[in-house]
Design a protein around this ligand. Structure first.
Ligand code: 6PG
Length: 240
């Protein structure tokens, strides 16, 4: 795992935005799976504010790595967050937006989205391949919506699975390890001191790292980057 450490969350957003602009300029068409969460939100604001001239969004197809099973107008919706902070502010064709429809029956939507990936993405190893999958990591080590209590979903033979949040019981539709580890590149965006323990265990392969779904992210391409701030990387002096 390649670490890209920045001093602050804002610098993570700037450095990842620069990385993304270069990646998008290097390919005619770019299929990207987005993450929900607080760090991606800061990245979306950075992209919308400071990278308007640097990115040709008509090249980009946006998908989601996971979605809460709620309406797209619900404040819990990852799509709504992305629409508010990015999509509504950039010139991207609406046909390039492929949201997971949280308003649908979860099992139906997991199948519909799995089929959409099979039909819409290029295949490598006979598996749909994203150019880039962007992930966050929860304080519990979950990624996308694969949580530790049902980590077996990671190894599903399906492209997508229905997951359940361990505390709220909220249903989610999530990509599985089959898709995530087949991506050309996977980037984690992880910031904040609450992540340092899990990041350290995963990086050093110590403690209970094997029980964290985020530790299972290991794309066969070998291109796995962690964009971290110093808090998450354990480089700030106020670590307890
Ligand atoms: C979601 C996200 C989830 C997120 C982590 C980290 O739908 O909640 O996809 O996997 O990335 O919970 O969230 P933070 O970046 O806000 O800590």
């Amino acid at each position: 795992m390649q670490l890209k450490i920045s001093k602050t969350k804002q610098e993570v957003a700037l450095n990842f935005s620069r990385y993304l602009a270069i990646l998008i300029s290097s390919r005619e068409t770019v299929h990207i799976a987005l993450s929900g969460g607080s760090t991606p939100k800061i990245v979306f604001d950075e992209l919308a504010t400071n990278f308007q001239e640097d990115i040709d969004w008509s090249r980009v197809h946006l998908y989601w790595g996971d979605e809460r099973c709620v309406a797209p107008t619900d404040d819990q919706s990852n799509y709504k967050m992305t629409r508010t902070h990015l999509i509504s502010k950039i010139a991207i064709p609406k046909e390039n937006i492929h949201r997971i429809k949280g308003e649908n029956d979860p099992e139906y939507e997991a199948k519909r989205y799995a089929d959409l990936l099979d039909e819409g993405l290029p295949k490598v190893n006979n598996i749909p391949q994203f150019d880039l999958v962007i992930l966050g990591m929860g304080d519990d080590g979950h990624t996308a919506s694969i949580f530790p209590h049902e980590i077996e979903l990671w190894d599903s033979k399906k492209n997508c699975e229905v997951a359940v949040h361990p505390d709220s019981g909220q249903k989610r539709v999530s990509l599985t390890g089959k898709i995530i580890n087949n991506a050309d590149t996977v980037v984690f965006l992880v910031t904040g001191a609450s992540k340092v323990e899990k990041v350290t265990e995963i990086k050093n392969k110590t403690g209970n790292y094997k029980s964290y779904p985020a530790s299972l992210v290991n794309p066969s391409s070998g291109r796995l980057l962690w964009f971290l701030d110093e808090d998450a990387a354990g480089l700030t002096s106020n670590q307890s």
